[in-house]
Design a protein around this ligand. Structure first.
Ligand SMILES: Cc1ncc(COP(=O)(O)O)c(C=O)c1O
Length: 356
């Protein structure tokens, strides 16, 4: 008998984050399946070995995957692999590595970021050029990498051609390209393209591939797309405190996710729920949608009083304190009923606000 007790209401749903969802039952079952017996630690297990062929299937024959604990850790490792100590990375101002990692790339890896303001979270060759200068000048950290997020933090997706243009431009200037793919599966679902089409085939050098937001208990992976490059990732992973001793339990989660179509089913579902939310909200007076819905998040502006009351019923984040923009995020386990009750509640709060 366990002494553990359930301490939360499992009927409680929200739109704060796909991280707030639980673990997909197929992933949980996979973890239970590989429990028992002993397996070598630190990635020398049978599951981590098998995982390599699964990643090669998705990212090409040259891909090598390094499972890690967190997306921040994956980003810090990947950027260290790309940059010397005097290197800098060009990023969208809204990028997670710039705004939401407490300066981890700067502190843990000593990496300078050069942020660029973007209208929609997406870099372009022209925007990159605003920071791509100063090579050979020892007074300026050297811009030697570009990092883009697919999907972006604003819920937008790059097309394969857009990523190809960025990679070509960066490579011509001697820079390498990292993709923060915490939600790469959601981009694949939106674009209706295999993941390699807008990573390996588009010229990307290294990817932080996300699992947690798409149904894993925890697990991300640094994926080197050309095994001839960046051979030091294994050392960087250990130095960055991201080497799991019981790695089989991370690797098997990825096997459950990527071995079949669970990754796509989950991502398509989360995206479809966001589209449903978007269209339902369009009919509510006073709610203004702010961005195209291309993945699993919806951004809107509504009166602050309505936001505050609604947040007590369904948790979600105020995305921008200044403008009052909010983010509603769907997950693999968001249901149609969740969307419908949320939209009903939103409608009620908007009516209360207008009658005050
Ligand atoms: C785009 C993006 N990258 C990276 C991360 C970091 O992941 P973690 O919270 O696992 O460190 C997140 C988390 O929300 C994210 O949204």
């Amino acid at each position: 008998m366990t002494d553990a007790a359930r301490r939360h209401d499992t009927g409680m749903r929200g739109f704060a984050s796909d991280n707030n969802a639980g673990v997909h039952p197929e992933v949980l079952a996979a973890i239970a399946l590989v429990n028992g017996g002993h397996q070598p630690a630190y990635g020398s297990d049978d599951y981590t070995a098998h995982l390599q062929q699964i990643f090669r299937h998705h990212f090409g024959e040259q891909a090598v995957a390094y499972p890690v604990f967190s997306g921040t850790g994956a980003n810090v490792i990947a950027l260290q692999a790309l940059l010397p100590r005097w290197g800098a990375v060009i990023v969208a101002e809204s990028a997670h590595i710039n705004t939401d990692e407490c300066g981890a790339p700067e502190k843990m890896a000593g990496i300078k970021s050069y942020p660029v303001a973007t209208p929609d979270g997406k870099l372009t060759p022209e925007l990159i050029d605003r920071q791509a200068w100063g090579w050979g000048n020892e007074h300026r950290a050297q811009p030697m990498a570009v990092s883009l997020s697919q999907c972006t933090e604003l819920g937008t997706c790059y097309s394969p051609a857009e990523i190809r243009a960025i990679c070509d431009h960066a490579h011509e200037l001697g820079m390498l390209v990292h993709v923060d793919g915490a939600r790469l599966a959601n981009a694949a679902a939106f674009l209706d393209e295999p993941m390699r089409r807008f990573t390996t085939d588009a010229g990307v050098d290294i990817v932080s591939f996300g699992g947690t937001k798409n149904g894993l208990l925890l697990g991300e992976a640094v994926v080197v797309l050309d095994s001839g490059k960046f051979r030091d990732v294994a050392y960087l992973r250990m130095m960055s405190m991201q080497l799991a001793s019981k790695m089989r339990f991370i690797s098997v989660q990825f096997e459950a996710l990527l071995g079949g179509d669970l990754w796509l089913r989950n991502a398509k579902h989360a995206n479809a729920m966001a589209v449903r939310l978007e269209s339902a909200v369009q009919g509510i007076d006073g709610v203004r949608l702010m961005r195209p819905v291309q993945a699993n998040s919806v951004f809107a502006v509504l009166p602050r009083e309505a936001t505050e009351r609604l947040q007590k019923r369904f948790p979600f984040y105020l995305w921008n304190e200044r403008t009052g923009e909010v983010r509603w995020m769907c997950a693999f386990d968001t249901t149609i009923e969740d969307i419908d009750s949320f939209v009903d509640a939103l409608g009620e709060e908007m009516r209360t606000t207008s009658s005050l």
